[in-house]
Design a protein around this ligand. Structure first.
Ligand code: BGP
Length: 466
C-alpha cells in the first residue's frame, strides 16, 4: 500500500446546489421542485437556507483550497440560471457561477460541474416535468447556455445526477415523477426523455467545447445474491441490470438493455420512442463514466407472489415483482443511519464498470452520514468518517494500481455539511462542519473536522499516507 496515486489525480469533494447554496429566492432565482417540496419528512429542515453557500462562497472556496483540493464537484441550479426553466436568463445567476468558477481556478481547483442534481425548475414540473418532451428541449437550451457561458473554463461536465435513483426511488429524494395512469410506463418514459436530453447535452458539449469532457453520473453498486441458490443469483442479475446497466448501457452503447425492455413489454408498460431519439442517443459518446457509490446492494427472489405481497412498504419500494427483492446484508456493518458499509464492494463496483465499459472513471460521491458534534473546544471528532474513507481509498488504490483501472478523480460526499436529501441537517457528511441545527440557523460558521486534516494529508502525499 505504500505507493502513490497516479500523477495529476484529481482529489476532490462534492456538493449540490439545492442542498448547499440556500438563497432559494435570491437575485431573481426561480423556484425548483426542491423549493416547493411538500414531502420533507417531519423533523427535518427545508432547503431554503441550507448552508448559505450563496453568501459564503468566497470563504468556502478558501477552505477548499486549504483542504488542498485539486477538483471540486458542484451542481448548477437550473432555476438560478433560467428561473422558469425556459426563456429569460437570470444574469445574476450567471454571475454567481462565474465568480465561483473563477475563484476555484484562482486556487488551481478544477471545477467539475453537474448540470442537474434533483432540482428541476418548478415551472417545467407544472407543465408535466420530464414526462413532457418539452423538458428535453428545455434541457438542451439550458445546456447550451451553460457551455457558452462557462465552457471556456469548465472542462468536466456531468449531465444528470443519479438518474437511476430518480427513476427507482424518486419520491425519497424529493422528485415526484408524473404518472399517466400506468406508473411503470410513465417512469420509463421519463427515463427515456432524460436519456435523450443527456445525449443532446453530450453532443452540444462536444460541439461548443472542443476540449470539454462530459459523462453521466448515476449511482452504481455491485449487487450480491443473498444465497448461492440459482434463483437468488437470477434475482441479483436482474437487479444489477435494472439498477445499474440499463442506464449506462444506453449512454455508452447507445441502445436499451433488452432484459429491461422485455420486462416492460411483458408488463404492457413499454415507453414510446422513435428512430430520431434513438439516433441521437446512439451518436452521443460520453468521455468518461462518473458514478456515486455508498455501498453494495444485496438481492433475493421472493419465493412466491404472497411473499412479495406481504413485504413492508419500504421493502416493496426497493423491489420489483418477479425480478428481485433488495434485502439487508448481515455481513456488512451499518452507519448510524443504517446504511451499509462495504469498501470491498467499492472495488467490486469499479472492476465491474471497467470490465463492462472500459471508459475512464470518476467517483462523484462516496461518504458517510453521521451525527457530528461541535465540541466545546470547537473540534469535531469524526474518527468513524476517517475510517470509512481510509478503507474505501485503500480499495480504490488497489483498483488503480493492481487492477489497472483508469480512475482519474475522487470527489467524496461532501465537502461541507449540507441538508441531506431526506434526513435533514442532522445527517452530516462534510469535512467541514456548518454550525446550524435542523431549525436553528445559529451563525452558520464553518469548522474543520478531524477528517479535514486527515484528508488534507492524503491529498498532500497523493495517497501515499493511507
Ligand atoms: C446521493 C445524492 C446526494 C446526497 C447523497 C447522500 O443520492 O446524489 O444528493 O444527498 O446521496 O444521501 P442522503 O442525503 O439521502 O443521505
Amino acid at each position: 500500500m505504500k505507493k502513490k496515486f497516479p500523477d495529476n489525480f484529481l482529489w476532490g469533494a462534492s456538493t449540490s446546489a439545492y442542498q448547499f447554496e440556500g438563497g432559494y429566492n435570491a437575485d431573481g432565482k426561480g423556484m425548483s421542485i426542491q423549493d416547493v417540496r411538500t414531502n420533507i419528512p417531519e423533523g427535518t429542515s427545508d432547503f431554503k437556507v441550507a448552508s448559505d453557500h450563496y453568501n459564503k462562497w468566497k470563504e468556502d472556496v478558501k477552505l477548499l483550497a486549504e483542504l488542498g483540493l485539486k477538483s471540486y464537484r458542484f451542481s448548477i441550479s437550473w432555476s438560478r440560471i433560467i428561473p422558469d426553466g425556459v426563456g429569460k436568463i437570470n444574469e445574476a445567476g450567471i454571475n454567481f457561477y462565474n465568480d465561483l468558477i473563477n475563484e476555484l481556478i484562482s486556487f488551481n481547483i478544477t471545477p467539475i460541474v453537474t448540470m442537474y442534481h434533483f432540482d428541476l425548475p418548478h415551472k417545467l414540473n407544472i407543465n408535466g416535468g420530464w414526462l413532457n418532451y418539452d423538458t428535453v428541449n428545455a434541457f438542451e437550451c439550458y445546456s447550451k447556455i451553460l457551455f457558452e457561458n462557462f465552457g471556456d473554463r469548465v472542462k468536466y461536465w456531468l449531465t444528470i445526477n443519479e438518474q437511476n435513483i430518480m427513476i427507482l426511488f424518486g419520491e425519497i429524494v424529493g422528485v415526484n415523477l408524473p404518472d399517466n395512469g400506468n406508473k411503470v410506463k410513465s417512469l420509463y418514459q421519463v427515463n427515456h426523455h432524460m436519456m435523450v436530453a443527456q445525449a443532446k447535452a453530450i453532443n452540444m458539449c462536444h460541439k461548443i467545447i472542443p476540449d470539454g469532457k462530459i459523462g453521466p453520473a448515476p449511482n452504481i453498486s455491485s449487487v450480491y445474491a443473498e444465497t448461492s441458490s440459482p434463483i437468488d443469483n437470477f434475482a441479483s442479475f436482474n437487479m444489477r441490470v435494472m439498477r445499474n446497466w440499463f442506464y449506462l448501457d444506453t449512454c455508452v452503447f447507445g441502445k436499451y438493455n433488452s432484459l429491461v425492455i422485455n420486462y416492460l413489454k411483458n408488463k404492457n408498460s413499454m415507453f414510446e420512442y422513435n428512430d430520431e431519439d434513438m439516433n441521437i442517443i446512439k451518436n452521443a459518446k460520453p468521455d468518461f463514466i462518473a458514478f456515486n457509490y455508498y455501498a453494495s446492494a444485496t438481492a433475493k427472489m421472493p419465493r412466491s407472489d404472497k411473499d412479495f405481497d406481504e413485504l413492508p412498504d419500504q421493502q416493496k419500494l426497493k423491489s420489483v415483482r418477479n425480478m428481485y427483492q433488495q434485502i439487508k446484508n448481515d455481513n456488512l456493518q451499518k452507519t448510524e443511519f443504517g446504511w451499509e458499509i462495504d469498501p470491498l464492494g467499492f472495488r467490486n463496483t469499479l472492476r465491474e464498470l471497467w470490465d463492462r465499459y472500459n471508459l475512464p472513471l470518476m467517483i462523484t460521491e462516496n461518504g458517510i452520514g453521521g451525527y457530528d458534534k461541535l465540541n466545546d473546544d470547537f473540534k469535531i471528532n469524526d474518527e468513524y468518517r476517517i475510517d470509512y474513507y481510509k478503507k474505501h481509498l485503500e480499495q480504490l488504490k488497489l483498483a488503480i494500481l493492481e487492477d489497472n483501472i483508469n480512475v482519474f478523480s475522487y470527489n467524496p460526499w461532501s465537502a461541507f455539511d449540507l441538508v441531506s436529501t431526506h434526513e435533514g441537517v442532522k445527517k452530516r457528511y462534510g469535512f467541514i462542519y456548518v454550525n446550524r441545527d435542523e431549525f436553528d440557523l445559529k451563525d452558520l460558521k464553518r469548522y474543520k473536522k478531524d477528517s479535514f486534516y486527515w484528508y488534507k494529508k492524503i491529498i498532500e502525499t497523493n495517497g501515499f499516507e493511507l
